[in-house]
Structures are given as structure tokens and as C-alpha cells.
Design a binder for this molecule. Structure first.
Ligand code: SF4
Ligand code: SF4
Ligand code: SF4
Length: 750
């Protein structure tokens, strides 16, 4: 993926934006961290948060009017957090801290004329940045000295004036501020700042200072804007002037990149969903102060993370993930730490739906996968099994394209998809019979919609496979496609735009339920597959079909556009099986009722997670058993189901003969239950084991364990080496262990 593209994605995520209160604070106090510490009663720490940001904190923390409150997100859930009251309380109880240590001397001097809030703040800011600062005034403190004690306690100002001296600010008191004094100071210093409380622009004769830089018509002379009564804004003039003087003395741009110096609007989005209303707590003592601190909702976005098991699993958020992907892309050699993360996104699109900035982690991860494939950096193990499975579904044992028996053209073609065929071939057969009996010339296409190649980032394989699919459809005379799987529907609509494609549910909604359908008055939770997220008509058609069957439908916690993935999407279950199962278990908890869904992979993932779940086909074409209990077939059985369905259809509907069996299929093999479980986990098929046993039977290459009498053999049919530990029985073989890896052994295959 291009760097610029990644940077643009990174910019889009607002999670690291400043909270609205801190952006609105003229000095950008970190109110979120402060409140967190206040809630815990950690007042000394909380004070250090203020002292880090505020000049003369013992004064400002007591005098700030709190403009941050106007932007506080809590305002819409009971009332803004009373930051001024919390800061006042903190100033009264926290241990005082020393002023910040100044930076090394810059060898530049600045004179500050006037010592009210703006002048004192400018002197503080400049001194800590390493300027030699002299303060020229009548009395240090200016207007602050006349404030009553209930605004600023006796001695608080003296403490901060002493801190200014510790910052090495030279105080020259007893002076009258006038234009002449400013001119003299300008001639002997690198810059001058004038506090507007001591001298007006008219008195100085310099015109109004510039809003952004506070510069005047006199080069090197800066001044706060006159008439400002807010102490925090006066202090902000001091900081702004210090920034300008720093630029001025360095000879750099006076205007570039200053958008965030004063109050500015933040892009940070924070949802109030789940936040209970709570009115402000008057701060009178420590207990009430802690309660008020606890009302801060610690603003952040994290909307996508709240909704996604995958994003939660990697313990961060998309902005950080994009940086990791960027690092992955830029490493020429070596480990790629983000590989697992990139391959674990379910590509389900929920993040984009909930993100205020339409951030699509799916797009980012898919593009990153393509890039890994292009650079030869995609680990083979990530998707190999799924791609082999797709090849099998599109191969001669499973794929089929036929007109209805007795017809030489098709008005429609039924496209059940390879997962439904693998999961429940009986209902696919029943559905095809039903469609033919009611619509007539309905052909059949058995194959995969090629989603695995797309999800794996294998674009050329995907294009090639789509061409083969298009070829079959052309061969049938381009009939209307009836798709029974939401993923197939989506893939076909996106990649075969010339075709008219309908969902099976839309057809059934019009035709009504088939004869023999299970009319039951149960209450079921409808699980929308993520492939139907943006397909409202499909979702409505399914519900209408269920209603015709008498089912009372309820919606799980997140549904429709907001539905969650079952853990299979994007090949998560292949690339990161543990996380895939965690996602299935998580989704299973979205409703207490049994699920009914219209995606075979969703149904099987839920079955594996122990959730009672059925496919709509289970109701339309019932087999008599408790279908919500039907176990998910294992990987070997899935292949077998597809191949058998094709063979039986060919024989029964089109008068074909049974296909010739391959030699390995005659190898009789049995497995211990533990081996069967491990084979599922390791994606080893029964046919892989049979091929090893056939090969070793032919070559005689095998090892014998003298202690146990068992044999060990290996075989590398394609890119993977399979190992089998077995004992010979009279009628065949019993397998005790099997495993596989991608290393090639010297000496060749068994
Ligand atoms: S009370 Fe004042 S200093 Fe504190 S965060 Fe709010 S605006 Fe900033
Ligand atoms: S799994 Fe779905 S919600 Fe989570 S990041 Fe990927 S596309 Fe977004
Ligand atoms: S929803 Fe996620 S991606 Fe979007 S801004 Fe928030 S944290 Fe970033």
C-alpha cells in the first residue's frame, strides 16, 4: 500500500485528538488525566498535571473562569464537569511543586513591561524556555493584587512571584510604563513584551497588535490584546507572545502551524451511549471533589474497538494499527510483526459503519494483504487451507454447470455456494428440486463464489476464478442467478455486474414456502450475516419468509447494518482460529434465543461455539431432526458432502455414472477421537492421511518404532509435508498421530 494512502488512513482516525475540553482550554490543560487522578484522590499527582501546563499555577488554578466547560461532552448528560472548582480544590490540598527547570540559556534577552496576568505569564513562559527575562513594572502582580481573598488566598501570589525569581526572572519594580521605556528596552534586548494592562496600544503608538502573533508595528515589540477581562485568556496572551518571540529570535515563520495555539475545535468524537445522566456535584470537600472528578467520562472515540473482537484483541485502535502496517510495509527483510493482525480482520465492515470518520479497517487490511501477496511476503500458512478448499470446490469433483434435466436452456440458475453445499447437501438438493418444480427451467451451478481468494488478497487467482465462473454462466446462456448465500450474492453482484442476480429469499417471498416446510410458531433470533450488512432488501426478505413460516423473529443486540461477524469472515477462522472461535462465542451471546441465520458458515461457526443455531433452509427443507443441534461437519466431511452431492445429482437427474475412484480413496483408515480433533484443528484432511498411507505402501519408505511397533511415514503431495504415525490393522490402518509442516526434507517425498 502506498505510504500516502496509509498516512491518509492514519489521519482519518480521531482517537488521538485532544479532548474537546482541553482543546477549548486556552492553555490546553489535560483535564481528562486531571479528573482521573482527582477521582482517585491523588491530588499531588493531579496538581503536577496542572503545574506542567499552567504558568503561575497557584494563581491561575484559582482564577480560571473555565471556558472549557462550554465544550465539555458531559454537558449533555447532566452538566459540564466543574473544572474550575476542582482546580481550586486541588490548589488548596496538593503539595506545592517547584517551578519547572528552565531550558539551557539561549543567549537572548527579553524585557517584559507590566506585571499583571499577561506579563507574569509571558515572563514565566520565556524564562522556562531559556531566555534571560527582566520584568519592568510598578508593582509585581498589578491588578491581581486588588483581588479579594476569597478569589485568591493571601500568599498564593507571593509563592508564584518567588517561583518567577527561581526561574531567574529579574524584577525591576517602581517603574512607570511608557513608550519611551519600551523603546529603550527594545534597543537593549532581543524582544519586548508589553502587558496591555500597563500600557495601551495608543499610549505606545504602535497600532493594534496582530491577533495571531501579537506583533506590533515596532519590530520585536509584542503586546497582548487590550480589554480582555478573562484571566486565563490574559495568560494565554503571555504564552502566545512567548511563542512569537521564540520564532522571532530564531528567524523562522511567524505564522506557520499555529492553528492549535489558543482554543480550537477538536475532531475527537465521544459517544454518550451508556453514560448515565449525572448532575454536577458542588465541590465542598474531598469526597465531593472526587465525585465531581468521577463525572468526567474520559473522552475518547474507540467506537470501532468497542464493537469489534478483532480490534480489541490487538489492544489498540486503528490509528496505531495503520502505523504497524506502515512499519510492516517498510521492512525489506526480517519479521513482520503485523502479519497476524492484518490477517485477523474479518473484513466485515462494522468498524466503518460505527466510525464517525468512516474508517474502514477492512479496506486497510485487505489492501495490506494484497501488498503482502505482491511482495511475496504473505505467509503460506495464513490462507493455504482455505485456498485449497476453494480449488477443490471449483475442481472436477465438485463443480457443475447444467441446465435443468430435460431442458437445453435455463431461465434461472440456482447457485447455492460451496459452504451451504458442504454444510447441508440434503437441503441444497431439496431446494433445487423445489425451485425446478415451481419455476421450471432452473439450471444448477455448483462452485465457489471465490470469496476466499478475494479475502486472502490473491487478486490474480480471484480474477482467474471469476473468469471460470463467468464462463459457466455464459455456457448456460446467462440466466438469472438465484443465490442462496449472502457472501455469494455480494461477490457476484460486485464482480458479475452484467448478470441479473436475486437472492433465494426474494424468490421464496413471492412463491411462498415450499410444500413440506416446517411451519412452527417458535421465537428465533435472526442473525444477519455481515455480508448482508448493506443489503436491507435481503434482510427484509428473510424476515418475510420466516414470518410466512410462522416464526416469531427477534433481533439480537446488534443487528441489520450493525451486525457482527460470526468469526469466519475474511478467513479469520483460518488465519487465527482461536480468535475466530472467540468471535463466534462473542456473537453467540448476542441473544438468548436460538439463532436462525441465512449463511451456512455463520450457522456452523455458532454450532462449533455451542450455540443452538439453524439455517433458514433447516425450516424450509426440514430433515426431521432437531436442526438447531446439528453439529458442524468437519473439514473432511465438508469436502465429502460437496463431492457426493455432485455425484448423486449427476447420477439421479442427468443419468450420469459414478466417477472413478482415486486409488487413495480405497485406503481404509480409522482415527482415535483425539486425532480426529487435532486433524480439525490442524486442517489435515482424511484424504491427506490416506495419500500418505498409499504413498508409503507403494514406496516402502517408513520408520518403525521398536518399542511401540508403530510406523511413521511422511508425504509431500503439494507444498505441505504430512506425517502419520499409525499401526497396521487387519482391515486397514489406525492413526495415532498426524501433523504437517511446510519444510521440504532432503531426500524427497516418501
Ligand atoms: S478550568 Fe480553565 S485551566 Fe482548567 S481546563 Fe478549564 S479552561 Fe483550562
Ligand atoms: S473485523 Fe470487521 S469491524 Fe473489526 S476491524 Fe475488521 S472489518 Fe472492522
Ligand atoms: S471509530 Fe475507530 S477508527 Fe473511527 S475514529 Fe474512532 S477510534 Fe478511530
Amino acid at each position: 500500500m502506498e505510504q500516502a494512502e496509509l498516512r491518509e488512513w492514519e489521519r482519518r482516525c480521531v482517537q488521538e485528538e485532544t479532548p474537546r475540553c482541553a482543546a477549548a482550554c486556552p492553555l490546553h490543560v489535560d483535564a481528562r488525566t486531571f479528573c482521573g487522578l482527582a477521582e482517585k484522590g491523588r491530588w499531588d499527582k493531579a496538581w503536577s498535571v496542572l503545574a506542567r501546563t499552567l504558568p503561575l499555577p497557584g494563581v491561575l488554578a484559582r482564577l480560571c473562569e473555565g471556558p472549557c466547560r462550554a465544550e465539555c461532552v458531559r454537558r449533555d448528560a447532566g452538566g459540564a464537569v466543574d473544572m474550575p472548582a476542582l482546580e481550586r480544590f486541588c490548589a488548596g490540598v496538593a503539595k506545592p511543586v517547584s517551578p519547572p527547570r528552565p531550558l539551557p540559556s539561549r543567549g537572548k534577552s527579553v524585557a517584559v513591561v507590566g506585571a499583571s496576568m499577561a506579563g507574569l505569564a509571558a515572563a514565566w513562559e520565556l524564562a522556562r524556555r531559556g531566555f534571560a527575562v527582566s520584568l519592568h513594572c510598578d508593582v509585581p502582580g498589578g491588578a491581581l493584587l486588588s483581588l479579594p481573598e476569597d478569589r485568591i488566598p493571601y500568599g498564593a501570589l507571593d509563592v508564584e512571584l518567588e517561583n518567577l525569581r527561581r526561574l531567574k526572572v529579574e524584577v525591576h519594580a517602581g517603574l512607570t510604563a511608557n513608550a519611551e521605556l519600551v523603546r529603550e528596552l527594545r534597543d537593549t534586548h532581543d524582544a519586548v513584551f508589553v502587558d496591555p494592562e500597563s500600557l495601551s496600544p495608543d499610549e505606545l503608538g504602535c497600532g493594534m497588535p496582530d491577533d495571531l502573533t501579537l506583533g506590533t508595528e515596532f519590530s520585536g515589540v509584542f503586546m497582548g490584546l487590550p480589554g480582555e477581562s478573562s484571566f486565563i485568556l490574559q495568560a494565554a496572551f503571555g504564552r502566545r507572545a512567548a511563542n512569537s518571540i521564540e520564532r522571532f529570535t530564531q528567524g523562522v515563520s511567524m505564522t506557520a502551524g499555529r492553528d492549535h495555539e489558543g482554543p480550537y475545535p477538536s475532531r475527537l468524537y465521544t459517544s454518550l451511549e451508556g453514560v448515565a445522566e449525572a448532575a454536577p456535584v458542588p465541590v465542598t470537600d474531598e469526597a465531593s471533589a472526587r465525585k465531581e472528578g468521577a463525572r468526567c467520562i474520559r473522552c475518547e472515540c474507540m467506537e470501532c474497538v468497542k464493537h469489534c473482537v478483532f480490534l480489541q484483541n490487538f489492544k489498540s485502535y486503528p490509528k496505531v494499527y495503520v502505523r504497524r502496517i506502515y512499519n510492516n510495509e517498510s521492512i525489506v527483510m526480517g519479521t513482520r510483526q503485523a502479519n497476524t493482525m492484518i490477517n485477523s480482520c474479518m473484513l466485515c465492515g462494522l468498524c466503518e459503519t460505527v466510525c464517525p470518520e468512516d474508517f474502514s479497517m477492512a479496506e486497510v487490511c485487505l489492501e495490506a494483504r494484497r501488498s503482502m501477496v505482491d511482495r511475496g511476503r504473505m505467509p503460506a500458512s495464513a490462507h493455504e487451507f482455505a485456498l485449497r478448499d476453494m480449488a477443490f470446490a471449483n475442481g472436477e469433483k465438485c463443480a457443475l454447470a447444467r441446465h435443468a434435466p430435460g431442458h437445453d436452456s435455463s431461465e434461472y440458475v440456482y447457485f447455492p455456494g460451496c459452504q451451504l453445499t458442504a454444510s447441508d447437501p440434503g437441503s441444497v438438493r431439496a431446494a433445487y428440486d423445489d425451485l425446478r418444480s415451481r419455476l421450471g427451467k432452473v439450471g444448477l451451478m455448483l462452485r465457489c463464489c471465490n470469496a476466499p481468494a478475494h479475502w486472502a488478497g490473491r487478486e490474480s487467482l480471484f480474477r482467474e476464478s471469476m473468469d471460470a465462473l463467468r464462463h459457466d454462466w455464459d455456457f448456460l446462456g446467462r440466466p438469472v442467478i438465484i443465490a442462496a448465500c449472502p457472501t455469494c450474492l455480494q461477490m457476484l453482484r460486485d464482480n458479475l455486474p452484467e448478470a441479473e442476480i436475486q437472492s433465494h429469499w426474494a424468490i421464496l417471498r413471492v412463491l411462498g414456502p415450499p410444500r413440506g416446510a416446517d411451519r412452527c410458531s417458535v421465537s428465533l433470533a435472526v442473525n444477519d450475516p455481515c455480508a448482508a450488512r448493506h443489503d436491507a432488501p435481503q434482510r427484509e426478505d428473510v424476515r418475510a419468509v420466516l414470518e410466512q413460516l410462522g416464526v416469531e423473529t427477534v433481533d439480537p443486540a446488534l443487528t441489520g447494518e450493525m451486525t457482527e461477524c460470526c468469526g469466519y469472515g475474511g478467513l479469520l477462522a483460518e488465519a487465527n482460529p482461536e480468535l475466530g472461535m472467540a468471535a463466534a462465542e462473542h456473537r453467540s451471546r448476542a441473544a438468548s434465543q436460538d439463532f436462525v441465520t441465512y449463511c451456512a458458515m455463520c450457522r456452523d461457526m455458532f454450532a462449533r461455539a455451542g450455540k443452538r443455531a439453524m439455517h433458514v433452509y433447516d425450516l424450509l427443507y426440514p430433515c426431521g431432526d432437531d436442526s438447531a443441534q446439528r453439529p458442524a461437519p468437519g473439514y473432511s466431511a465438508r469436502r465429502e458432502n460437496r463431492a457426493r452431492l455432485r455425484e448423486s445429482l449427476l447420477m439421479e437427474l442427468w443419468g450420469g455414472s459414478a466417477r472413478e475412484r482415486e486409488p487413495f480413496e480405497d485406503v481404509v483408515v480409522a482415527f482415535t477421537p483425539e486425532v480426529s480433533r487435532l486433524m480439525e484443528e490442524r486442517r489435515i484432511l482424511q484424504s491427506d492421511v490416506q495419500k500418505v498411507l498409499l504413498a508409503t505402501g507403494r514406496s516402502g519408505k517408513r520408520f518403525r518404532n521398536r518399542k511401540t511397533g508403530r510406523f511413521l511415514a511422511f508425504h509431500r503431495p503439494v507444498a505441505v509435508t504430512y506425517w502419520v504415525e499409525y499401526e497396521e490393522l487387519e482391515t486397514g490402518y489406525l492413526v495415532h498421530r498426524t501433523w504437517c509442516h511446510r519444510m521440504r526434507l532432503p531426500g524427497g517425498d516418501a
